[in-house]
Design a protein around this ligand. Structure first.
Ligand code: SAH
Length: 402
């Protein structure tokens, strides 16, 4: 049997049900657990603490499966966890073809992401698709059991893997993509979110093909877009742009440096039948373009800033803070009086308090007495464990320039 005994007092965070244990807390390892193997975790006095997945190459050496001594880790365990995750989602999220069904630690499945798309393919035929990311040795080891459980619980036969994420390297796992069950994803998959149609590129798109986490924030922008001139910076495939157009925006200027993303954004415009002249797509660097728009005297009533993760880890926080401040500073300047700013950070290393400080300092430098109307986060299908605040990555502020 594989048993990991912790160093003295290192069980404390686990007793508060934090689901990770770092390498520095490990005392003794009995047996020769392979990467991803289940181990019994004991305190140094021999007390049972948890069953966990062992990851010998990762700083995060243990990820807890269960704190219940009577709960074995087997196929039935994954079936239960997957069913539980899905049962809660179905009750919470509606009116969308894009839902996150499993969000890692928050669903007791550390390192696993599962998104479910329900829409139509390029011929208009109904099509469902599950897309998974396996980001830790434990879920990698149980991949087959997890896929079976997902197909069983959802009835969706098509499962695609998008484990092309660099974080796998920290676990000693190679990046990989491909079909895990059913057929290849269709070349074109269109989902409907609150009456707006979006193309999802399951094979090549960011994440699993779509920024599902921004659903509520798209709805917020839509609700306040009527009659406004909108700027959507870092627009990707136009998530916020389409929401603004649906909400009656007068015109939407969108910026992204990816030509491919903009091609899909244009396809989204066409799929929704919006007038092409209400939307302008700028294939350009955001930092330079924001400045140029300002110098050209362009002004907007609603600005969305949803950049990529500027701080992939703690070492990048200072530089990232300057980048966030830079774009928010110009964002404020580009707003007309009374204008609204929706600004985001998806850097886990920058928490809400720090983000608010950065945005506040940008407002101060722009000479704007900005008002925070609301703090924003990912949707309810991306929950956060009270014992695991690290799970919060997306945070945003909804502000008004007086
Ligand atoms: N807001 C989008 C997601 C943004 S992802 C949504 O809701 O769907 C970040 C985007 O920023 C990517 O599409 C990437 O191509 C773009 N990007 C990254 N660096 C950029 C830069 N310097 N200038 C413009 N766009 C950039």
């Amino acid at each position: 049997m594989n048993i990991v005994t912790l160093k003295h007092n290192k069980e404390k965070s686990l007793l508060r049900r934090h689901p990770w244990l770092y390498a520095s807390g490990i005392g003794q390892v009995e047996g020769h657990p392979a990467s991803g193997a289940t181990v019994i975790v004991k305190a140094d006095d021999g007390r049972f603490i948890a069953r966990a997945a062992y990851s010998p190459q990762s700083m995060i050496r243990l990820r807890v499966w269960s704190f219940d001594e009577a709960e074995p880790i087997d196929h039935a365990f994954f079936k239960r966890r997957v069913r539980n995750a899905i049962a809660h989602r179905r009750a919470l999220v509606s009116d969308t073809g894009a839902v996150r069904l499993v969000f890692g630690e928050a669903d007791g499945l550390p390192g696993l992401i599962v998104d479910h798309y329900t829409g139509v393919d390029g011929h208009g035929a109904p099509r469902e698709q599950l897309v998974c990311q396996f980001m830790a040795a434990g879920v990698e080891t149980w991949k087959n059991a997890i896929v079976q459980a997902l197909v069983g619980a959802t009835g969706c036969p098509h499962v695609y893997e998008r484990s092309d994420v660099s974080i796998r390297e920290k676990e000693g796992l190679a990046q990989t993509t491909g079909v895990l069950a059913g057929d290849e994803p269709p070349a074109s998959l269109i989902v409907d979110e609150g009456g707006v149609r979006y193309h999802v590129d399951v094979r090549h798109g960011h994440k699993t093909g779509f920024y599902i986490d921004q659903r509520d924030n798209r709805a917020l922008v839509r609700q306040h877009a009527a009659g406004r001139d909108v700027l959507n910076c870092f627009c990707y495939t136009g998530g916020f742009s389409l929401a603004a157009l649906k909400g009656g925006a007068r015109r939407v200027v969108s910026i992204d440096s990816s030509g491919e993303a903009l091609d899909l954004a244009r396809a989204n415009l066409a799929a929704n039948g919006f007038e092409a002249d209400r939307a302008q797509w700028l294939d350009a660097d955001a930092f330079k373009t924001l400045r140029r728009l300002y110098e050209d005297g362009e002004r907007f009533d609603l600005v969305v800033l949803d950049p990529p993760k500027f701080a992939p880890s703690r070492e990048h926080v200072d530089r990232a803070a300057r980048a966030y401040k830079d774009i928010n500073l110009i964002g404020f300047k580009l707003l007309r009086p009374g204008g609204l700013l929706a600004t985001y950070s998806c850097s886990g290393a920058i928490d809400m308090d720090l983000f608010q400080k950065i945005v506040s300092s940008a407002a101060a430098d722009a000479g704007v007495d900005a008002r925070i109307l609301k703090r924003l986060s990912a949707g309810v299908d991306h929950p956060m464990l009270t014992s695991f605040p690290e799970g919060e990555y997306l945070k945003g502020l909804w502000l008004q320039k007086p």
